[in-house]
Structure formats: C-alpha cells, structure tokens
Design a protein around this ligand. Structure first.
Ligand code: BV8
Ligand code: ZN
Length: 252
C-alpha cells in the first residue's frame, strides 16, 4: 500500500487496467451510500439501532415477522426513491471495455443493474424478490410496502429473497464470483468493510491468485493491508476519475 497523491495512485491503477483482460469489482453498501442508501456499520447506521445480525436473520423473522417485514419494506421504499450514483455509472461504463468483467455485489438494492451493469453476481440476494417459505412461490411486491407479515395463498410466510446471517449464499452466484475472482487481473474492493464471510473471500482469492487489488473506501478496512493500492475516498468521486483517465489514455 503506497501513500502517493491520489493522481499518482489513479495512474498506477489505470496502467494496470490498460494491460488487463479481466476485471472484478467487489462492492458493498458504501457504493450506494452516495445514493442515500444507509450502510450497515457506519455511524448513520440503520433505520433502528438494532444490529443487522439481529434483523437480517431467519430466527428474528420467525420471532417477529411483522418487524422484519416492515424493515425490508422501509429499505425497499428508500431503494425505490434513490438513483444510482456516479460510482455505479462509472463501474457500468468500465465494463464496456473488457471482455471479462464481473460486478460481485453484497448489496441487495438493484442499483448496479439500474446503472447499466450487465454481469452482476448478487451474493446476498435482491430485495425486489420475495418468496413463500413453505411452497417457495416467488412474489414481486412492486410498489406495495407491507408493514406487517404477508402470507402466501398456501398460508406460508413470505420473506425477502436475501441471504440472512447463518444462511448459505446462492450456490451458482457464489461459484461464478469465486471463479471470476481467481482469474481476474485487477480486483476492486469498493465500499465494503469486508467483515462478512464468505463474500469477503472474493478480494482475498483475487489477491491470492495474483490479481492487482485496489481498495476504494474513505476508511481503512480489514483488507487495506492486502491491497496493492488504497484509494482513500468516496467511490462516487473516485471511480469516475479512474474511468476518465482510462478513456483518456485509450484516446477515447
Ligand atoms: C454463512 C443481506 C453459514 C441481508 C447480509 C455464526 C453463525 C453462522 C454464520 C456466522 C456466524 N458467525 C460468523 C458467521 C459468518 C457470517 C459473518 O460473516 N458474520 C460477520 C458479521 C462476522 N456470515 C454469514 O452468516 C453468511 N452465511 O456463513 O452461512 C453456513 C455455512 C454452511 C452451511 C450453512 C450456513 C451470510 C452473510 C450474509 C448476511 N447478509 N445482508 C440484508 O442486506 O438485509 S450482510 C450485510 O453486511 C450486508 O448485506 C452486506 O453485504 C454485509 C457487509 O456490509 P458492507 O456491505 O461491507 O457494509 P458496511 O456498512 O459493513 O461497510 C460499508 C463500507 O463502506 C465501510 O467500510 C465504509 O467506510 C464504506 N463507505 C461509506 N461511504 C462510502 C464508502 N465507501 C465508498 N464510498 C462511500 N461513499
Ligand atoms: Zn406458499
């Protein structure tokens, strides 16, 4: 990890990108912070001062389906009111220049897809999808935001299709993400505290497989010491600078 000026570090990253064929962008809640979506562990935190582990888990849901259903409705409402930010758009733009490019996100907010990213692996699910815990029937709630538990015609409780603590990640998404991380030339870790596993293995596998690891985060994290370059700052400000310099160097 070097402590040159931001410009030097961005040039270092762009030099690497120019000689690369395959890129992975691993993202967490921080990439959506500038869109107005609250992160988990920053000071502004959640809607209630409960820990995510207390709300984002199956037992909490079975104990209090009304509260957890209302919490997800509240978060879905925010996600419907916000827009992707320049960081999401810059990631979507960079994808166009690489035949092998994957966004591996821990976010459930759909903002990467809304910004135009094509190859997105959602390791923790997507808040727009819901399903009945009994018959597994899928439901799209669209613009209804139930403030208490909702039930399927079979009588089963309907839950969000997100990965709660203690739950397995979607196998195919995770497998594809691990494969991409093991074969990429450059891996970005953007807006994540990298404390939740197994998702946080992605940048570690990339580094272990010889990728150039770039962290973009205003604060230090558990993987900062692993990164080849740490760009300290907001992703909505930094990622567009990287793409701008990259396009300039390609004469675009
Ligand atoms: C699993 C989805 C086991 C729902 C989330 C005991 C029992 C079981 C498992 C465990 C256990 N103890 C530990 C574990 C493992 C556990 C875990 O890792 N716990 C941690 C807390 C220690 N993991 C699990 O339980 C996983 N499953 O292990 O299953 C198993 C194994 C085999 C068979 C069966 C079961 C499942 C984990 C998934 C949990 N679901 N969310 C929802 O969203 O509601 S996790 C939640 O935290 C988020 O989804 C997010 O994905 C995750 C990480 O948070 P971040 O995205 O990093 O956000 P955070 O707020 O932390 O950080 C934001 C960062 O952005 C900060 O660094 C900040 O500086 C930065 N930032 C702020 N502004 C900006 C910015 N960066 C850039 N620009 C800005 N503007
Ligand atoms: Zn059902």
């Amino acid at each position: 990890m070097e402590t040159h000026s931001l410009t030097n570090l961005i040039n270092k990253v762009v030099n690497k990108l120019l000689e690369s064929k395959s890129v992975v962008v691993f993202t967490g809640a921080g990439v959506s912070a500038e869109s107005g979506v609250p992160t988990f562990r920053d000071k502004d935190g959640l809607w209630q001062k409960l820990k995510p582990e207390e709300l984002a888990n199956f037992n909490a849901f079975m104990r209090n389906p009304d509260m957890v259903t209302e919490w997800y409705s509240h978060r879905r409402k925010i996600m419907h009111q916000v827009q992707p930010n320049p960081g999401h758009f810059a990631i979507a733009e960079l994808e166009k220049f690489f035949e092998r490019f994957a966004v591996v996100t821990q976010n459930i907010d759909n903002l990467h897809q809304r910004a135009g990213s094509k190859n997105v692996f959602e390791l923790h699910g997507n808040i727009e999808r819901n399903y009945c815990i009994k018959c597994k029937k899928f439901y799209q709630l669209g613009d209804i935001y139930p403030d208490k538990a909702i039930y399927c015609e079979c009588g089963g409780l309907i839950r969000p299709d997100v990965v709660w603590f203690g739950e397995m990640l979607p196998e195919d998404e995770y497998e594809s993400a691990v494969k991409a991380s093991r074969t990429c030339d450059v891996c970005f870790s953007v807006g994540t505290s990298a404390v939740v596993f197994p998702a946080a293995y992605i940048p570690i596998y990339a580094k272990q497989s010889g990728a150039f690891l770039v962290e973009i985060n205003p604060n230090p994290t558990d993987i900062s010491s692993l990164a080849d370059v740490v760009l300290q700052g907001k992703s909505g400000e930094i990622f567009p600078l990287i793409v701008e310099e990259f396009k300039k160097r390609k004469g675009l």
